[in-house]
Structure formats: C-alpha cells, structure tokens
Design a protein around this ligand. Structure first.
Ligand code: DHK
Length: 158
C-alpha cells in the first residue's frame, strides 16, 4: 500500500470529491430546456447539503473546462478522498484520459448527468468514464448529485 493511502486509512473520516466538466459552470444560462434554470452555485449548495446529511466529513466540488485539469484533480484525490462523484460533461463521451485516471486511483466513483443522456443524441451514448464507475445517475436534474452522493455513502459504508 502506498504511504499516502496508509495515512488516509488511519484517518477515520469520509471525504467526497464532486467533479464537474466543461460548461457546467454555465448552468442557469446554458440550454435551460435541458439543464434547467438553476445556477452552478445552487449545484454546489445541493452537494454540500447532501454530503452533510449523509455523514461525509467534507466535500469538495470542483469544476473545470479542461480535460488535463480534471485528470490532475483525479490523481490528487488518491490518498486524500474516499470517493468521487463525477459528471465529465462532454468529456464523458470522448475522454479515455479521464477513464484511465479514474482507474489509476481506483476510488469508488459514481457517474452523474443532469439530463437523461440515454434519450439524447447517438454521440452521447458512449460513456468512457462510466466504465470506471460502480453506479450511474441520469435525468434527475441537479438533485441527481444528492442521489449520487447517497449511492457513494452506501458503498463506503459496506
Ligand atoms: C452534460 C453535458 O455537458 C453534456 O455534454 C453531456 C451532461 C450530458 C449532463 O446531462 O449533465 O452529454
């Protein structure tokens, strides 16, 4: 076991990381018919409230429009968080690098999407990141993040 992971295991806390990909910072402005009218700040609040209710000791909600920054954040999660909720947004359908980063850190991860991606265009039907996730939540709007955190908490409790 790597030193960082050993240290983590000694700490009896449960920390979550929520990762959001490109254009999710534009919530409220961006295609409201698909993504709703609530803002990114509301999404952060939903994650913080849900994490508190579920007994997480901390949650960081991270957003980037850059694939490499998302890969960096996943790598940094190794040994410092217990699980990940990830909406890679458009990178869901293109990024082997994000898939490989999730596999590299091997943390329990839940894939979440605001919209019902399964009912949308063909190019949205593949999910690379999803191949490294144990569960998927789609089409539940911003509350889907609370659902995803619940699934993560249940997995970590096992
Ligand atoms: C968000 C995006 O930005 C899209 O590229 C995905 C996802 C769907 C969502 O529903 O949250 O295809």
């Amino acid at each position: 076991m790597h030193q960082k992971e050993r240290t983590r295991k000694r700490e009896n806390t449960m920390k979550a990381l929520v990762i959001n990909g490109p254009n999710l910072n534009m919530l409220g402005i961006r295609e409201p018919g698909i993504y709703g009218t609530e803002t990114y700040e509301t999404l952060v609040q939903i994650c913080q409230d849900a994490a508190g209710d579920l007994g997480f000791d901390g949650v960081e909600v991270f957003q980037s429009n850059h694939e490499g920054a998302i890969v960096d954040r996943i790598q940094e999660a190794y040994g410092s968080v217990d699980g990940i909720v990830i909406n890679p947004a458009a990178y869901t359908h293109t990024s082997v690098a994000i898939l490989d980063a999730l596999k590299a850190v091997s943390l329990p991860a839940v894939e979440v999407h605001i919209s019902a991606v399964e009912d949308r265009e063909d190019f949205r039907q593949i999910s690379y990141a999803g191949m490294a996730c144990f569960a998927r939540v789609t089409g539940e709007g911003l509350q889907g993040y609370a659902h995803a955190l619940k699934l993560l908490a249940e997995k970590l409790a096992k």
